[in-house]
Design a binder for this molecule. Structure first.
Ligand SMILES: [Zn+2]
Length: 332
């Protein structure tokens, strides 16, 4: 009897242990479900300007997520031209923005007041794009979704002021790791552009990833189905992979599988097929001098883009304390 009683207690104990273990696993499972980044599939919303992919109308006093500024959003009419072989296709978009070629200091107001910005994507933040190119980005997002690919916007238009904050934070992070100021500044510039020298300041660059992979700390995004889709299809919507692998000596920026630049379908197709970077494309066409300074830009921006850039020497950069707000690593 005693042995049977002992056996019964042992069975009860084992049962309790198993139950507690199951309860623990259940809690871990539930917590892990809630611990996912806000970018989970169900919470992603694609914003379409209109059903016909033509953006119209205006929205006043919209707050830009990245600049925290009230701006007047004026959207202009633009239509998607797919697969065009016309040289004139969106040639206004073909200008060079890099360390050697900056935007005019007042380009923020040009794009916000004259050109207009269009909301292209929204989740817990709103993302805006040059209104003339926005329909192409929207269409790319829609078509990729139909192909079962889940593209997710991480960054689009950034004000030059915001770009400065990005750079400041990036320098500070490196100094916190023990680098001296000059080293930290030089290192930061390999992944963050000076204000006015980022394509994001022109409203023509989009950092595109996927909800299950949003890390910019490495180039792992290149192993996703979404990257594969972009590699095959981005050109059809006028976008190029702007900072390809092994081209840092040409672009000045590390390999960024997530950064796509709108240049129009015609030039995007030519650039993608040639394997050239935008810098090399300019050089090959005789639109840049030996120092990489553009001598010609296509479209109406030709005159303004080459005006003195908002280049700040290192000692004018104000290093600010990173508040640790959980902002993504600032990269191009
Ligand atoms: Zn970028």
């Amino acid at each position: 009897m005693r042995r049977r009683k002992q056996k019964s207690i042992a069975i009860k104990t084992v049962t309790y242990v198993v139950l507690i273990l199951l309860l623990f696993l259940l809690i871990v499972f539930i917590v892990s479900r809630f611990d996912k980044p806000p970018a989970s599939e169900g919470q992603t919303t694609l914003i379409t300007p209109t059903h016909s992919l033509v953006s119209r109308g205006s929205t006043e006093g919209t707050t830009l997520a990245d600049g925290s500024e009230d701006v007047l959003i004026i959207t202009t009419t633009a239509e998607v031209t797919e697969g065009t072989d016309e040289l004139a296709d969106n040639e206004w978009a073909l200008f060079l923005v890099n360390n050697q070629n900056g935007l005019p200091a007042d380009y923020d107001s040009t794009i916000e007041d004259d050109i207009g910005l269009t909301l292209v994507f929204s989740d817990y933040r709103d993302y805006y794009f040059d209104s003339r190119a926005a329909p192409y980005l929207t269409k790319m997002l829609e078509d990729s979704s139909e192909d079962g690919v889940n593209l997710y916007i991480v960054s689009t238009y950034r004000t030059q002021k915001y770009q400065q904050t990005n750079l400041d934070n990036s320098v500070t992070e490196r100094m916190n790791l023990g680098m001296d100021y000059d080293t930290a500044y030089a290192d930061a510039l390999e992944s963050v552009a000076l204000p006015g020298h980022s394509e994001h300041n022109a409203g023509l660059a989009a950092d595109i990833m996927t909800p299950s992979y949003t890390s910019m700390a490495d180039d792992g995004f290149k192993n996703t189905d979404e990257y594969k889709w972009l590699s095959e299809n981005a050109r059809k919507y006028g976008f190029i992979l702007r900072y390809p692998e092994g081209k840092q000596d040409v672009t000045g920026i590390i390999y960024e599988p997530w950064h796509y630049r709108f240049v129009g379908v015609y030039h995007a197709t030519k650039i993608a097929e040639s394997g050239l970077t935008l810098e090399e494309y300019f050089e090959e066409n005789g639109w840049a001098d030996d120092d990489g300074k553009a001598t010609k830009h296509l479209g109406p921006l030709e005159e303004t883009v080459n005006s003195p850039a908002a280049t700040l020497p290192p000692d004018m950069i104000t290093v600010t304390v990173n508040t640790g707000s959980g902002e993504a690593i600032p990269v191009e």
